[in-house]
Design a protein around this ligand. Structure first.
Ligand code: SF4
Length: 303
């Protein structure tokens, strides 16, 4: 069984190599918007779910591969793993890329967890609720978890962690959008480096609704300085698509070269490559430790 996945193209983390320390789907929340579906194992008990040595061996095997972050995420809440701190620390000795941890923030009230997570370079916590009522509605936590303790944990973590904190707020119609101002105040009080607003864009666990693009734009007034994660225009402009495919027929390119050649932002290069890969118009291969994208010659495939 593999514990690493990817690298996947992530607009927040670039080329992200995922590490999954959990059994599917182990979490202390059961968020209504979760793209993994309902939580199969809802627990707040930290445990060992996968063989630590095998995970470390896999990380060793991927050493030298090009990716922008090694990201602890996957099929549940990574801080539930008692191996997180040790594997993050060992991973940092093995690979050169920065290490990221994605967490739902609930266990940051635990000093031992904060210490383990603080071994990472970038931490991406979530905060979807400021009141216990909204926390229960949107995140459906395991018993005993309190929104106030989660916020206090985020504040303590900020005091102890000097790396980057990118706080994500998922906004769901009728669940937490009414308390956006409260969440904004709570988010600011935790002093993250970035606040990233999201809404439901992938198939959710429950039939909940996203905020519209206009509503999300208005949220930027409530969360001053925040960024929007979702991208409503999920297409490649024809002009860019033709130039990109033309270029990639000539020679394979890295993401950096694509961004430079087309004079586009790195996150747009990732987005366009994601779409063209999904449409089977381009493919990737690893060569001399670098990841190259190349156009697929359909005429050869159809022979
Ligand atoms: S915290 Fe993450 S994995 Fe857990 S239920 Fe929520 S979205 Fe899903």
């Amino acid at each position: 069984m593999g514990y690493l996945f990817g690298p996947v193209l992530s607009r927040r983390l670039g080329l992200s190599m995922g590490v999954d320390l959990l059994k599917y789907k182990t979490c202390n929340l059961d968020c209504v918007y979760c793209e993994l579906g309902r939580t199969a194992c809802k627990t707040s008990c930290r445990d060992r779910f996968v063989p630590r040595q095998k995970v470390l061996k896999e990380i060793e095997l991927r050493r030298g591969e090009p990716f922008d972050h090694l990201t602890f995420a996957g099929s549940g809440e990574p801080t539930l793993s008692l191996d997180l701190g040790e594997i993050v620390a060992r991973a940092k000795e093995i690979i050169d890329s920065p290490v990221a941890v994605i967490t739902n923030s609930t266990l940051l009230s635990n000093p031992a967890v904060r210490k383990e997570v603080a071994a990472a370079d970038v931490v991406l916590p979530s905060l979807d609720a400021a009141s216990q009522t909204a926390f229960l509605a949107i995140n459906r936590p395991a018993s005993g978890l309190l929104a106030a303790e989660m916020i206090a944990g985020l504040k303590d973590f900020r005091k102890e962690f000097s790396g980057e904190i990118w706080l994500e707020v998922m906004l769901v119609r009728g669940m937490n959008d009414q308390e956006a101002e409260l969440i904004a105040r709570a988010a600011e009080s935790t002093e993250p480096d970035r606040i990233q607003l999201n809404t439901v864009v992938r198939p959710p666990a429950e039939p909940v609704q996203a905020l519209s693009e206009e509503e999300m734009q208005r949220m930027l007034e409530i969360f001053p300085g925040a960024e929007l994660i979702p991208d409503w225009d999920w297409s490649v402009p024809a002009r860019i698509r033709d130039r990109l495919l033309d270029h990639l027929f000539g020679r394979p390119c890295t993401l950096e070269e694509i961004s430079r050649h087309l004079e586009i932002d790195g996150s747009d290069a990732i987005k366009y490559c994601k779409i063209l890969e999904k449409d089977s118009l381009i493919s990737r291969r690893l060569h001399s430790g670098k990841l190259y994208f190349h156009a697929i010659d359909k005429s050869i495939n159809n022979d």
